[in-house]
Design a protein around this ligand. Sequence first.
Ligand code: MRU
Length: 366
Amino acid sequence: MLVDGKEMRPIWLDGDHRTVKVIDQRLLPHDVVIMDLRTLDEIIYAIQEMVVRGAPLIGATAAYGVYLIVLNAPDPSVPEDYLTAESERLKAARPTAVNLAWAVDRMVPAVRTAKTPGEKRSAALAAADEIIQLEADNCRRIGEHGVALIRELRDRKNGGTVNLLTHCNAGWLACVEYGTATAPMYVAREQGIDIHVWVDETRPLNQGARLTAWELGKAGIPHTVITDNAGGHLMQHGLVDMVITGTDRTTYTGDVANKIGTYLKALAARDNDIPFYVALPSTTFDWTLTDGIREIPIEERDPDEVRYIQGSDGGELRNVLVPPKDSPAANYAFDVTPARLVTGFITERGICRATAGDIRRLFPER
Ligand code: MRU
């Protein structure tokens, strides 16, 4: 994506092949600062503190994490118990996005089967690069499939502007390129289809207001930031044609874990007969779970993320306390939208309904 005239991804490997570079998303949109990650501990810190976030990007970062495990191994033969212990530590960095475990589980066998220390390093690097390119390609395809839905809505409105609503940030910052929920928006823009995006601010960390609004602004896509509770009102007044969100983990039966508040958007969309689509690469399906509400682990984060709001008045970022200083807060980071509320999935292989049968028809090898 072009940022101030420079083509950027949220993650890349430096020319020295020893340093993972990431955009520090905690500082956006006010500052674009690059952070260097050179050790597994730094990778874990970046994932936990949400320097990087969003399911596919967490997976991409974890892939480079395994590469750094190999590169920095005290014994260059990377003994099996060391590889297992370090990769398990990496997998535990955040619980909800399944891309983390998926990426580590794809990286580890590549390291294991390589023989010499040099081969292990090259195999890890090649496998990580492959994962990152795969996520970029997946997102492009999601955009190409998803734009058909937007075009259909445009035609139904006789060429009027299509109003989309999205929650959190499922954009290129959360992925590698294009994003998932935003990919159909970017492709619509390329194809000259008029869209406008309602951007939920997404409390407590405001990924919508800070990140999605920034991305859409850079791409020249008309958008409006709204409070998290405004969507229902807009839907009742015919101001939303379709909701598109991303997901952190979706069961093969169609239950969708995504940023807290997504479920309420799906309920409001159903009540107002508005299509509710979830855009995801196959790397975000969990092929082992059947009941998302009971089985998907929901991260609970520091309550101070709820109690304090962060922003800038043009200078340094500042934290401002909102509730009484002794009021407790709870910070559930994700919720689960049951399959019955999801109109369909937009994947790299096409669009399907949120049923086990339809998902498996698109991905028969699973
Ligand atoms: O806590 P975050 O910012 O990592 O949560 C991100 C989301 O919930 C995204 O919507 C999801 O990962 C999809 S990203 C393409």
